[in-house]
Design a protein around this ligand. Structure first.
Ligand SMILES: [Zn+2]
Length: 259
């Protein structure tokens, strides 16, 4: 019987829950490794770019969301122990405790108004610490452009201090769910598009799936009225994508300057 001798998780438990019990589980159990190296070929990017250009009048960017998750180093993962006090302590030591969300506010992020931006930490969910930012309305707002760099720098410094976090050589940051490990970051956008063009759009996105880009009609709000128009709300998300291709993506969707 295969089991993790550090945290005691048995293989059958891992298969059932889909969650690691500790860092070492990622070395013991077999799971599909995320692809971190493949770059999206230029011709696929160009197809997407021309589609977005041709339809720029009818595509609406509704929101952009970034999630960064980390588990504490040398600890049991939240499957066994949420370690909320220890996580809070770490945020206090790094002067970031001012932006911890109370657990019950989790749904607030979905009720964001156009032009708003919310960000903060959640403790004790699937991973010990999750930072989440959501913006609705962005682009040429000069205030955003001034505010983001300093905040981003402090935050990224914190998230890339490896001595805080569960990591493994060759795998990167170890999250509770095997599909998120690597960079521990997932970005997603909600895009509204008229029903007439979504088949073509989906067939383009389909070519990008193997590069870590996922898409689906948003389950929360499949259709929404924007002005007089009824649009299909599509969620596109990507994780573990390499920086340069994410930049390409952001550029195509006019999201440069955002997270
Ligand atoms: Zn383990």
């Amino acid at each position: 019987m295969i089991f993790c001798r550090f945290c005691g998780t048995k293989e059958i438990q891992f298969r059932k829950s889909g969650k690691f019990g500790c860092t070492h589980c990622a070395q013991i159990f077999d799971f599909p490794k995320p692809n971190q190296k493949t770059k999206i070929p230029e011709n696929l990017i160009q197809t997407l770019e021309s589609f977005v250009k041709e339809n720029s009048e009818t595509l609406t960017l509704l929101s952009l969301r970034t999630r960064i998750t980390r588990n504490l180093k040398s600890s049991l993962f939240p499957f066994y122990d949420p370690l909320m006090e220890k996580s809070k302590q770490l945020l206090v030591e790094n002067r970031m405790d001012g932006s911890i969300y109370p657990k019950e506010s989790e749904k607030d992020l979905d009720s964001i108004e156009h032009g708003e931006r919310k960000s903060g930490f959640y403790l004790g969910s699937e991973d010990h610490i999750r930072w989440e930012s959501i913006s609705a309305g962005w682009g040429r707002d000069p205030l955003d452009a001034r505010q983001i760099p300093k905040e981003k720098l402090t935050l990224f410094r914190f998230f890339f201090q490896k001595n805080h976090w569960a990591t493994l050589p060759g795998l990167g940051f170890i999250s509770s769910c095997p599909t998120n490990l690597g960079r521990g970051r997932r970005d997603s956008i909600l895009l509204g598009l008229p029903p007439g063009i979504f088949l073509e759009f989906f067939s383009i996105l389909q070519t990008l799936v193997k590069f870590g880009i996922e898409f689906a009609p948003s389950t929360d709000h499949r259709f929404r009225n924007i002005g007089k128009d009824r649009v299909l709300v599509v969620k596109i998300s990507w994780k573990n994508s390499i920086l340069v291709q994410k930049r390409q993506f952001y550029k195509i969707l006019s999201l440069l300057g955002s997270y």
